[in-house]
Design a binder for this molecule. Structure first.
Ligand code: 5GP
Length: 190
């Protein structure tokens, strides 16, 4: 049975790392490639990390109803294309969406059967360290992301599953357990 998994939580909480671990551990699970208007970071490839779009193209797709959800985050547009999700479900794969909280709420309304997991930091101070350590955002951008993160943390009660990313291996195992249980797969030996 194919399912859609929404992995949400504050930027910098480690969603990407946990999802990479998850994709390696669970078969027939694929990440949906989002569209965004933010410029590519060093090393990011169009069509791999994101579909990088001009604002005009993004809004045209919004008007055409091509997005399952879309949101503005730190001044840029992000969205999940319906085609990304439908193609994979059509191939019998399950799909992971890595999205921020506003988008997760939209998916909850549009697709109540999707499984929603909120990734929370062990303590907010960790977020600043990680965003700074990542070195991809300037100080103003980090402050903006932390402010957004503070609001996002208040949202965690809305989600069926909350995984605290205190330690990567433990959190990845917990996420894997949730996904395997939802898919009716045997738990792994790890
Ligand atoms: P970043 O710019 O760091 O890649 O992403 C910023 C935030 O946007 C992250 O929290 C990320 O999960 C979220 N995001 C990425 N793709 C999407 C999407 O398709 N829709 C929504 N709503 N958020 C997204």
């Amino acid at each position: 049975m194919s399912k859609v998994f929404v992995i949400t939580g504050p930027s910098g909480v480690g969603k990407g790392t946990l999802i990479s671990a998850l994709l390696e551990r669970v078969p027939d699970l694929e990440l949906s490639v989002s569209a965004t208007t933010r410029p590519p970071r060093a090393g990011e490839v169009d069509g791999r990390e994101y579909h990088f779009l001009d604002p005009e193209d993004f809004e045209r797709l919004v008007a055409q109803g091509e997005f399952l959800e879309h949101a503005t985050y730190s001044g840029n547009r992000y969205g999940t294309l319906r085609s990304e999700v439908e193609r994979r479900l059509g191939e019998g794969k399950s799909v992971v969406l890595e999205i921020e909280v506003q988008g997760a709420r939209q998916v909850r309304d549009a697709m109540p059967e999707a499984v929603q997991v909120f990734i929370a930091p062990p303590e907010p101070a960790d977020l600043r360290r990680r965003l700074q350590g990542r070195g991809t955002d300037d100080p103003d951008a980090i402050e903006a992301r932390l402010e957004t993160a503070r609001r996002e943390l208040e949202a965690q009660d809305e989600f069926a599953h909350v995984v605290v990313n205190d330690e990567i291996e433990r959190a990845a195992a917990e996420l894997e357990r949730i996904v395997r249980a939802e898919l009716g797969l045997e738990s792994s030996e790890r």
